[in-house]
Design a protein around this ligand. Structure first.
Ligand code: ZN
Ligand code: ZN
Length: 364
């Protein structure tokens, strides 16, 4: 039986003809990790029809030896000047058309590549590797579940310690400290703490604003385990919230739960987005849910697929991990977002963030 790494490599090769390429350069480091298991910060793959060349530099000699999985015809190269090496050693063999990751190679780097590696036709490719790595194994989904398990404990700590009079930055600092203490490998993105009227900012990074009694607080943060991120948002109240804020909360929760109820591998992303969006629209707040329902999640916080009405033809495949994060943002008033991570299966989905309750918690 093929390992997941072999499977991903052979799936990429099976696309060569359709993409009109004879070889592929994979320069996006998280993609290299999905294909080889290597978790360092500097690496590149040269994939031909028969060989896999893994390139890294001297800082990672030992780590590459430990982490890079055994793949048929794989060679590890420890080099400083990769393009020169690719050219001099003719790693691309007789490949005429060579694909590269146009979304992940700067214009300057592509120039150097084309100048140094002579005699090839270059094909800028978008989304080829993304389509392969968005399908996760159970073990990978479990890594996200582990990260979400840490996040559950962090959230519990936040609920026990947050009080009116603290600043948003105080809460963000607790999240950072406690996540690390509980074993999270990293944050993935800057923690969002948006209280009261700042809740209307979907990406309101924590500030020195003081949290007042009666305000809602939206907390969005990530933890990491075995290289995989969780991404979870919860909204809670500090002191009794207004009836209006409560109603907005219940509306967003209903949209979140309805989407999770129907989420399933093979579904159109726009269809899933619509399930949550229609509920919010019917309540009169369609305009105030100004982003897509969610995004893929894994070794990066934002991966494919985008779960959004903006991509009417895209499918969320079986095995994708996506976030379900409807929100309502009302300028100068309040905001609510509730975000879960789900692993899509053939019959539905597994909620990876289910260790964290979602009902409205009121802390004093
Ligand atoms: Zn988030
Ligand atoms: Zn998210």
């Amino acid at each position: 039986m093929q390992t997941i790494h072999e499977h991903r490599i052979s799936t990429l090769r099976s696309e060569f003809d359709k993409r009109k390429i004879d070889a592929l350069i994979i320069s996006h480091v998280p993609h290299v990790a999905y294909l080889t298991g290597f978790t360092g910060s500097s690496a590149m793959l040269v994939l031909t029809r028969s060989a896999v060349h893994f390139l890294t530099d001297g800082r990672y000699t030992e780590q590459a030896r430990q982490e890079v999985v055994a793949l048929p015809n794989l060679t590890i190269h420890i080099e400083r000047e990769w393009w020169k090496f690719v050219h001099e050693k003719q790693l691309l063999e007789d490949a005429r058309n060579v694909g590269f990751e146009a979304s992940h190679l700067s214009v300057a780097a592509a120039e150097v590549m084309k100048k140094t590696v002579e005699g090839r036709e270059w094909q800028p490719l978008v989304g080829m590797v993304e389509a392969v790595v968005m399908v996760k194994t159970r073990d990978e989904a479990d890594a996200i579940r582990e990260a979400a398990g840490i996040a559950a404990k962090v959230y519990d700590h936040v609920l026990r310690t947050t009080k009116a009079g603290m600043t948003e930055n105080d809460v963000a600092a607790e999240v950072a400290y406690v996540s690390k203490k509980l074993g999270s490998e990293g944050e993935g993105f800057e923690t969002i703490v948006a209280s009261g009227v700042r809740g209307a900012l979907p990406h309101g990074r924590a500030t020195n604003k003081v949290i007042q009694h009666g305000e809602l607080v939206t907390l969005d943060f990530g933890c990491r385990s075995r290289g995989f991120y969780s991404d979870m948002t919860r909204t809670f109240a500090v002191g009794e919230p207004s009836l209006f804020d409560r109603a907005i909360f219940e509306l967003v929760l209903r949209a979140n739960e309805a989407a999770i109820d129907v989420a399933k591998g093979g579904m159109k992303v726009a269809e899933l987005d619509a399930v949550a969006r229609d509920i919010i629209k019917e309540a009169g707040y369609g305009e105030d849910f100004a982003h897509g329902l969610g995004h893929g999640l894994g070794r990066e916080v934002h991966e494919k697929p985008s779960v959004s009405y903006r991509f009417p033809d895209d499918i969320a495949p079986v095995g994708a991990v996506v976030t379900i994060e409807p929100g309502v943002y009302l300028a100068e008033r309040c905001g609510v977002r509730i975000e879960d991570d789900v692993w899509l299966t053939e019959t539905g989905c597994e909620v990876l963030t289910d260790a964290t309750p979602k009902h409205l918690v009121i802390v004093e």
